[in-house]
Design a protein around this ligand. Structure first.
Ligand code: PMP
Length: 388
């Protein structure tokens, strides 16, 4: 019959409760809803209430735009997880890490130099690095593609200022990475959005000059738009502060309050509850996908090394945020289309400057999307000739 309500396009029936089997599995975006069940369990302790008169000013009581209480909790979090050295670092908040990624490019580039700083990353890389650098279209920096093109030049040419983005674990393939370029004028921005026990072993605390983190992938609150940067050099810190002062005058105080409330829940009991839940969930998704694909000759996904995790104090198995899937057959050149025809919406590998044989599948979405992905993948693999 005619639905009484406006149903989401994947549901029908009079109560919008009948799932349409034709509905695709949408695993395109990196929306981290896998943590929703954890926050439902902690609905009360993580709730925030703000009186109308509270925090109206541009400034905190001490005149800054950064909550010292939240800073203290972030430092505690890094000490507890063991994923970053905070001693001797300045901290800056941003509207998500997205804002800080570009602020860091600005701060590390040479203003007024006759040659723009070259901004590079290693393929496959997170596309926003390139899109932001191009968008700002500055005289001071220019996106110049893959690090491999600059290996020789960077070590011999001391006047060539290079800014390398290092994403560890990497988006899309989940690998722990190190800078590729070395040389007197190479600066690095370390994007550690996924350097949390949900997604990877934590072999050692990161100890780099510019490290960028976000709550999006640790608590899952991507919509709160909260990230932070740990910066060693005071001049770089000052330049980022100037940038943020002109760009947004700091991060919403409401968001800072919410982040504080969430981190207090995360920190409880040494973080065991959230990290065990997160790691178990991601590992199980990865294992289920691997099991399905072990019967396939047509599709493969990345192999990940096991590392010792200083947080869990054991070697942990892979639990990446994304599957980086490859279509192996000659004729499956457009892998995104192959999956799309089977009801799976992934993200094109070409966005990451990889071949069109690659597709990124998000494993951090809600349970329903991932279950549907596994169902559709299983059906697709079962159709392969000779599949076991
Ligand atoms: N860096 C990487 C590698 C990411 O994958 C993402 C989000 N997908 C971000 C940064 C940006 O996250 P946010 O702005 O939500 O902090």
């Amino acid at each position: 019959g005619k639905p009484a309500c406006e149903c989401n396009s994947c549901y029908g029936g009079s109560h919008c409760s009948e799932f349409s089997p034709d509905c695709p599995a949408d695993v395109n975006s990196g929306d981290p809803l896998f943590l929703e069940p954890f926050w439902m369990e902690h609905a009360m302790s993580s709730a925030v209430m703000l009186a109308g008169w509270h925090r109206m000013s541009y400034r905190m009581d001490d005149g800054s735009t950064i909550s010292t209480e939240l800073t203290k909790h972030i430092f505690q979090l890094h000490a507890m997880v063991g994923n970053a050295v905070t001693k001797g670092r300045f901290i800056i908040f941003g509207a998500g890490s997205t804002q800080l990624l570009h602020a860091a490019v600005h701060a590390l580039s040479q203003q007024g130099s006759p040659w723009p700083s070259r901004v590079v990353a290693t393929i496959p890389f997170y596309p926003i690095y390139e899109f932001q650098t191009d968008l700002f279209n500055s005289k001071d920096f220019k996106f110049q593609g893959d690090t491999s093109l600059w290996k020789n030049a960077s070590s011999t040419n001391s006047s060539m200022n290079i800014i390398e983005f290092v994403t560890s674990p990497n988006n899309p393939d989940g690998r722990l990475t190190k800078p590729v370029l070395k040389g007197p004028s190479v600066k690095t921005i370390h994007d550690h959005a996924y350097y949390w026990p949900h997604f990877t072993a934590i072999p050692a605390p990161a100890d780099e000059d510019v490290m960028i983190f976000t709550i999006s992938k640790i608590t899952g609150h991507a919509g709160s738009r909260f990230g932070w940067a740990l910066i060693k050099d005071e001049a770089v810190y000052q330049k980022i502060l100037t940038y943020l002062g002109l760009n947004t005058i700091g991060v919403s105080h409401d968001t800072q309050l919410r982040a504080l409330k969430l981190l207090k829940v995360v920190l409880k009991g040494g973080g065991r509850e959230i990290f065990e839940f997160g790691q178990k969930t991601m590992k199980s998704r990865w294992e289920r996908l691997n099991k399905i694909l072990s019967a396939s000759r047509r599709f493969s996904i990345q192999k990940l090394e096991y590392h010792n995790c200083s947080y869990f104090q054991k070697v942990t198995e892979a639990s990446p945020a994304y599957a980086w899937l490859k279509c192996e057959r000659e004729e499956d050149l457009d892998c995104t289309a192959v999956l799309r025809a089977a009801g799976i919406i992934g993200r094109e590998g070409t966005l990451y400057h990889a071949e069109s044989r690659y597709v990124r599948l998000s494993l951090i979405k809600g349970e329903d999307d991932v279950d549907l992905l596994l169902q559709k993948m299983d059906a697709l693999v079962s159709k392969e000739e000779g599949a076991q």
